[in-house]
Design a protein around this ligand. Structure first.
Ligand SMILES: [Zn+2]
Length: 374
């Protein structure tokens, strides 16, 4: 398995960090929602992020939660200095992503933090924002189905449903897919943040999808399930050469490395949907759009994948399980379950795992499934 960026939740509730150095960039030339808008800010750890309004953005398209920003500021890693075993999170209710255990909920409220140690999802709860056209919704649906067919990720469409638990008064974590119109960047948060988190898709993401390439939408969804950029691997300099001379300050910010708490297995994955291509048309990122931002060590070019690669799948399949939406507390697994090496479990293995998740009971109660159409 390659990079297993595992983001453990930090314990602090302290919000925004103190930032040391602000540097204004020139106003963007195109007068649109360009990524040169905002300031490049150097954090205490030396990592550069971009501040746009009240948002801090890492590596071009990842919006940092306050906890992640604080961890990045202090430790150089959005996971902070916490270490722990990698394991699947099986403590959440699949549909709501709230803890199954009432005691955990009580503790959560007392402590004021989200209780699960990891920022993974059970099922990925999402809604379609009302600003999406039906065509755009269709493209997002295709991207979701693509991910479901190749990985253990499962998505739960909660459009029009409550966003807050009526009993406990806690907001459900969920993705809000929305359109942001003309922009040269689409955005996402990294991992499950808690409450509503936007996946903001620019026109070009849908334009690509209209040509059959769902790569941008899949890329942003993969951020939301916890993945980082391939080119931010700490060992990336063994595999790629950054063309620093061609990068603007804003461009350099896209090639910050993750310094610590960064799990991965395997070599650099040139086919990852999470890796940038060598070229960009964004004049705020490079001085010359006809020269690459970076290349492979042999000088050849990289191209961003349009779907999850085998190694992307291994990252996801190692950490996620394919749940079925149910109204009861039984954790039912879908018919196809992959292990961390992308091998499909036998039916016997699947039932064993399902029993393990349900106090030894391999048989879901009848009638508990709830509709889940995209
Ligand atoms: Zn990205």
């Amino acid at each position: 398995m390659k990079k297993l960026n595992f983001y453990l939740f930090v314990l602090s509730c302290i919000f925004l960090c103190s930032c040391q150095q602000d540097e204004m960039l020139t106003t963007n030339l195109q007068g649109r929602n360009d990524i040169s808008v905002g300031n490049i800010v150097t954090l205490k750890s030396g990592i550069k992020v971009r501040k746009n309004g009240d948002k801090y953005i890492f590596g071009r398209d990842m919006i940092l939660s306050p906890k992640q920003l604080k961890a990045l500021d202090e430790t150089g890693s959005i996971a902070g200095n916490i270490t722990g075993e990698l394991e699947r999170n099986v403590s959440l209710n699949p549909v709501t992503n709230l803890p199954k255990n009432y005691d955990d909920l009580v503790q959560t409220r007392n402590m004021g933090i989200y209780p699960t140690p990891y920022n993974l999802w059970a099922m990925v709860r999402f809604v379609y924002d009302s600003n999406l056209t039906s065509t755009q919704r269709g493209y997002i649906k295709q991207a979701l189905l693509e991910l479901q067919s190749k990985t253990n990720l499962r998505f739960y469409n909660a459009t029009g449903q409550p966003t807050r638990d009526p009993v406990y008064g806690i907001d459900y974590p969920y993705i809000n897919f929305k359109s942001i119109g003309k922009s040269d960047v689409s955005y996402s948060y990294v991992g499950r943040i808690g409450g509503k988190q936007d996946v903001s898709l620019a026109n070009f993401a849908f334009d690509n999808a209209s040509l059959g390439n769902y790569g941008v939408i899949i890329h942003e969804i993969c951020h939301a399930v916890g993945m980082l950029h391939e080119q931010s691997r700490p060992d990336r300099d063994n595999y790629v050469t950054i063309n620093w001379n061609n990068l603007t300050d804003s461009g350099k910010e896209q090639f910050e490395k993750q310094g610590s708490n960064y799990f991965y297995r395997g070599d650099y994955d040139y086919a990852s949907v999470m890796g940038y291509g060598s070229f960009t048309t964004s004049i705020s990122v490079v001085n010359d759009i006809f020269k690459p931002m970076y290349t492979k060590k042999d000088g050849s070019y990289l191209y961003q994948g349009n779907t999850v690669s085998d190694l992307d799948r291994m990252w996801i399949n190692y950490l996620y399980l394919p749940y079925v939406a149910r109204s009861d507390v039984y954790s039912e697994l879908d018919t196809v379950v992959y292990d961390g090496n992308n091998r499909q479990l036998t039916e016997q293995e699947r039932l064993q795992l399902q029993a393990q998740l349900n106090n030894g009971n391999p048989n879901p109660p009848a009638g508990g499934r709830i509709p889940n159409e995209f």
